[in-house]
Ligand binder design. Structure first.
Ligand code: GRF
Length: 212
């Protein structure tokens, strides 16, 4: 990825596998919430998902890159990188992307994920969607939250860039908790992207994203 000059709008690629709610939120924030990004390309690991419709309706170029045709994470990442190169992407945003990738050297420090729990709790392989909230409720925790982190080779284990918590209510179900966590995600992901953009302006790196 070559990226843009520091004064230009951040070029963001969104990877998804499902409903595209996260993409939808970023598109809305771009209009109403002062999120100064362009999303020139969306990659989906599944065909026929709503997220692809959300992207097409917004005039975004879309590609489906399935595991079936790219049997290893390394092959899948190589194909995706071929598709990204013409777009000069600064940042990759994972938005409910459910396929394992190899993190290419070009992507290191430039790929964010959001996870609906307080990592490192309730993360890792198999813990996604409602499964996370079911596990949180079963644990007896009184708080949960969500986490934006840089993606590295380990599932949900990259450096945390932003984390917020919210209380678990007595009558919470996985659905009600998931809905409140998602509302929080909608605030946090744009904020983390802004932080990335600022960090890039001031230090041309991601170190300033990391909070102690
Ligand atoms: C969110 O719960 C997020 O935490 C996780 O994927 C979900 C969003 O997927 N990474 P989608 O945008 O509804 O497809």
């Amino acid at each position: 990825m070559t990226g843009t000059q520091a004064t230009e709008r951040l070029q963001v690629a969104v990877f998804l596998s499902g409903t595209g709610r996260t993409l939808e939120n970023l598109l809305e924030r771009r209009v109403s919430g002062g999120l100064e990004i362009d999303i020139p390309v969306v990659i989906s690991s599944r065909s026929g998902v709503r997220g692809l419709d959300v992207a097409s309706t917004a005039g975004i170029e879309t590609y489906v890159v399935r595991r079936r045709e790219h049997p290893t994470p390394s092959e899948m990442s190589a194909r995706i990188q071929e598709l990204l190169v013409p777009h000069q992407i600064d940042l990759i945003v994972l938005a409910g992307f459910l396929s394992q990738l190899e993190i290419l050297p070009e992507w290191e420090g430039r790929m964010l994920n959001i996870h609906p729990s307080l990592l490192p709790l309730f993360g890792g392989r198999g813990l996604y969607g409602h499964r996370v909230h079911e596990a949180v409720l079963a644990s007896g925790m009184q708080v949960t939250g969500c986490t934006v982190h840089l993606v590295n080779a380990e599932y949900d284990a990259g450096p945390i860039v932003l984390q917020r918590c919210l209380p678990i209510l007595e009558d919470d179900t996985p659905e009600s908790l998931g809905a409140r966590v998602f509302d929080l995600e909608c605030e946090m992901y744009p904020e983390a992207i802004r932080m990335f953009s600022e960090g890039r302006r001031h230090s041309h790196g991601v170190e300033s994203l990391k909070r102690s």
